[in-house]
Structures are given as C-alpha cells and as structure tokens.
Design a binder for this molecule. Structure first.
Ligand SMILES: Nc1ncnc2c1ncn2[C@@H]1O[C@H](COP(=O)(O)OP(=O)(O)OP(=O)(O)O)[C@@H](O)[C@H]1O
Ligand SMILES: [Mg+2]
Length: 338
C-alpha cells in the first residue's frame, strides 16, 4: 500500500551514536544571562527560563500578566544582558502598520521614494502592550514574525537574524484592548504568564528600591551584556543535536492529540504546536545538561508551549474550568513511555 511505509526499526532522531553532552561553557554562558536578569528582576524564574528557551529556539514569546509585575522590566533587562540590537515599540491605539514595519518616504531632493526601516528591523523587538493596538497594526507585526521579512510596495526585505519578538499583554479581559486573533497566537512559540510575586520576593523588590535601585538605569544596577549572536548560534547548533527517541516523539504527539479529544476544548493543539513542543523540550533538555529528551522535559514545557494554542469551550469556562487545568488533565491521562 502506498500510504503505508514499510515497517522499519525506528531510529532515534538526531545524530547517531551516544548523545553528545551539552558543552559546559555554553550552558554557563546562558546561566550568566539569567544572573544578569536577576540583578534587576526578582524571581519570575519560569519566565526567565522561557525567554532563554525562546532565544535557543529563535521563537517569539507572548508575556502576559496584570500591570506592574515587571513584564517590561524583564524584557528590557534581557536585552541589556545580550549583545543584540534591540528596539521597543509601545503599541498604542493610534499606532499605524507603517510605524512598525517602515514605509516609503519621498525624498524631494532626488524626487524618489526610498524605504525607511521601521523598528521591526532589529534582533530583539519588545512589542509592549500589543493588545492595545487595533488588529490592522497587530497583523503587520504578526506577518513579519511569521515570514521574517517585510514587504512594502511589493519588495520583500529580510529581517535581521536572529529576529525575536517578545510581546507583552495585559490579560485580555481588560478594557480598551483588542485580543490577538486566535489563529495567529500559534505564531508565538511560548506564552509565559507572570504571576504576582510571593511576599518575600515583594519585600526584596522594595528593599532594592529602598537601596537606590532605579529600573530606568539598568547599567547602574550592574546589568551588562554577556552573550552575543555567535554564542546563541553555537548553543542552538548543540540543541539541534539533542536526541529524541521514537517513544518520546510518540509521547509529544499523544499529548497534542489528547487536547483535540478534550470535551472542554473547542480547539486542540495543531501539528505546528506539536513541533513547537518538541523544540522547546529539546532546548530544555540541553539547558538541563542532557543530550536527550525525557518525557519530563515534555511535561515541563507543555503548559507554556500549548496554553495559547487551545481554546476553551464557553460552557467549560462557565463551569470554572481553565486552560491550565485542562492541560493538567491531558498530561495526567496520557501514558508516559518508560
Ligand atoms: N519581580 C520584580 N522584580 C523587580 N522589580 C519589580 C518586580 N515586580 C515589579 N517590580 C517593580 O515594578 C515596576 C513595574 O514594572 P513594569 O513596568 O515592568 O511592569 P509591567 O508588568 O510592564 O506593567 P504594565 O502592564 O503596566 O506595563 C518595575 O519597574 C519594578 O520597579
Ligand atoms: Mg509594561
């Protein structure tokens, strides 16, 4: 039968032989990035790990949290810890697509139009409060994210490499916001949620402020760039060699398929979501010092990688079911390979 390939012994995905151990020097350089971020941001460890994984996977990130939990500070500090070009755009209700991507401007001297690059031409773009801008402007950014290029007047212009968008948003129920289109949320590799800090963390935030910490002056707080594009590329090359057994590939697929059968969801995870979960689990395995992925890596990354790729049914929402609880149920229901 044409639609059935001959049965073969499944080989692990990745380079053959014993998995290469992640290089200690590269891992420690990425640990240094975390240390630099910690000079300004107290706690929020899960979000910091998520951002490092996004750097390793060259994926875009959506950061969500109520006002004042250091979303902006976190991304500003991350960019200060990297030797990468960074730009920040505040997404306001009156921002136009051209304010993001760039536009053609008329030069009276030469009597010609020339392209003036918008802020999207950078390595790390902080798209602050993305859900405060109308859909047309959101769409221009989401297109650039997907295609990694900007087309104005029919001419495609490639964006720099790496190109990473870290978008912040307040929870969508807030007034005066435009929720991102469900179909386009898939373009974010991860959705990280910033919780309110624990009491002792909040006391530490205040202690730093009392000690003279100024969130506007990160250099004074001692934050310095400790990693560049070359280092990230070398780390990425190692992540690409992290092995995944057929059992673990099957586990990733089973978790994603289980979301499609969940009675609480109207939309389950797409195959693109499954590839994203594989990528983030691999990066996490590497960061954990392993040359192979375990089911626990997959479980650890399931929430941030999948939470924005599923849609709750209205009835389930009314009953108090949350995306997080559905994902927990899914993870508990799928047999884990041994
Ligand atoms: N975990 C934290 N570590 C250090 N500072 C914090 C932390 N949480 C809050 N702060 C303080 O609160 C300030 C507000 O943070 P920031 O402006 O980054 O919040 P935000 O989440 O972007 O809010 P908004 O949604 O209103 O834009 C920071 O400048 C910092 O002084
Ligand atoms: Mg902010």
């Amino acid at each position: 039968m044409l639609d059935k390939a001959p049965a073969a012994v499944p080989a692990p995905v990745g380079a053959p032989g014993t998995p290469p151990a992640p290089s200690a020097a590269l891992r420690s350089a990425l640990a240094d990035v975390r240390l630099e971020v910690g000079k300004a941001v107290v706690g929020q460890d899960a979000a910091v790990s998520g951002l490092v994984i996004a750097l390793l996977c060259r994926g875009h990130v959506l950061l969500e949290g109520v006002p004042g939990v250091a979303k902006t500070l976190l991304v500003r500090t991350l960019s200060a810890a990297l030797h990468l070009s960074t730009k920040r755009v505040q997404f306001t209700p009156d921002l136009m697509p051209g304010d993001v991507t760039g536009s053609l401007v008329y030069d009276a001297r030469t009597a010609e139009f020339s392209f003036r690059e918008g802020p999207v031409f950078t390595n790390l773009l902080l798209a602050d409060e993305i859900n405060r801008t109308p859909p047309k402007t959101q769409a221009s950014l989401l297109e650039a994210m997907e295609e990694r290029q900007v087309s104005v007047d029919g001419t495609p212009r490639p964006l720099p490499d790496p190109f990473l968008v870290i978008a912040t948003q307040n929870p969508v129920e807030y007034e005066g916001t435009y929720p991102l289109p469900e179909a386009q949320l898939d373009r974010f590799l991860l959705k990280l949620t910033l919780p309110l800090p624990e009491r002792d963390e909040e006391v530490e935030v205040l202690a730093r402020h009392a000690g003279g910490f100024d969130p506007r002056d990160l250099a004074a707080a001692g934050v310095r760039p400790v990693a560049d594009a070359q280092l990230l590329a070398a780390a990425r090359a190692e992540v690409a060699r992290v092995q995944v057994s057929h059992e673990v590939l099957g586990y990733v697929v089973d978790v994603c398929r289980a979301t499609r059968r969940s009675p609480s969801l109207s939309l389950g995870v797409s195959p693109r979501g499954a590839t994203a979960l594989l990528a983030t689990s691999r990066a996490w395995a590497w960061l954990s010092g392993r040359g192979y992925v375990t089911p626990d890596d997959v479980k650890a990354l399931a929430h941030p990688t999948l939470r924005h790729r599923v849609q709750l049914r209205a009835e389930a929402e009314l009953e108090g079911v949350t995306t997080e609880s559905v994902l927990d149920t899914v993870l508990a229901s799928v047999p884990v390979p041994r």
